[in-house]
Design a protein around this ligand. Sequence first.
Ligand code: ADP
Length: 394
Amino acid sequence: MTEMVRKITLSRAVRTMQDLFPEEYNFYPQSWILPEEFPLFVAEVRMMKESDPPWKPTFIVKPDGGCQGDGIYLIKDPSDIRLAGNLQSRPVVVQEYISKPLLIDKLKFDIRLYVLLKSLEPLEIYIAKDGLSRFCTEPYREPTLKNLHQVFMHLTNYSLNIHSGNFIHSDNVNTGSKRTFSSVLYRLSSKGVDIKKLWSDIISLVIKTVLALTPELKVYYQSDIPAGKPGPTCFQILGFDILLMKNLKPVLLEVNANPSMRIEHEQELSPGVFENVPSPVDEEIKVAVIRDTLRLMDPHKKKRKDNQSQLSENSSDTKDDLLEPGSTDQLEHDISKNPEASLPSLCLKQVFPKYAKQFNYLRLVDRMAALFIRFLGVKGTMKLGPTGFRTFIR
Ligand code: ADP
């Protein structure tokens, strides 16, 4: 998974889907992988500028495998890239910079949502009902040559903005430089924004992104886990970073395979003296994600459910209720048999297979992966890996 969500691998996987389904995958900014696509980048930008002379683009350059804003910079022209670093040693992804983000209190912000990939086969995806919104610490202005370098204005990374003198730690989840996403939604809804539509766009972005990642992920699996032998039961909590455009369209920035689960932050008591203090915003969101992941993955639960279904005539209802948030009421009758009944309702909401019907037509590469694994993945004793798979789908 770590390999799949690296900036270059993710861009490649999304591009495969963009080639097949351009309309459906327009939530990812146009991207180029450098150095190999540098000539293509220059040519495409020149062409777009010629066909639309007033277009004054900005691009964001991100080192592959980087995180926390490390090594990221903005440029106005492809020629600026050569001056800025040694491309041969560190490949990068260059992206169209979204220059009109939605602002709150004049500040740019992004959304961190937690997604549980519960199982690959069959595919099961859950999304946490609340996430974090991370705010910049300097009022946003559209990029110009003069402000391109101002990271506190353009990059929403917590790890960067924490060092700005303007970062506001707040015990209230509705204020400060890190808030709950639900508090942002509340603000937006009071301004008349259609929150239901926004959530459904976000869910669809998450499902489509996972559908872009899983085919190659399955190929990685089969080359690591011997066919026919029982493999480990794996799951993964992913951190999705999403930006809202001014017109409320969600844009995927990146996916993290090891999202930070810290529920504390450092506070500088006196110059150079730091202390870890609890962060209520992080705690509210992250504890629920971990708790519910454990509830959903609990291997004893299946046993309990099997036992219950033998006893109960309405076993299928019981099964659905367990997966649906807000259903603890119905479980209260059986607290002793089901310890979950005493826990808060689930913050993780199942979105796949729940909405599978709408998205199954996008699973073309997934079906290619099944063929590849069945017929080509194992050649004699030699296994073909992800590179062989990419050639196969091409
Ligand atoms: P990292 O893994 O280093 O955090 P990201 O891809 O998340 O890299 O980018 C860092 C930050 O830069 C994001 O949180 C966001 O604020 C900003 N950013 C990234 N890509 C874009 C883009 N295409 N348009 C506008 N802002 C972006």
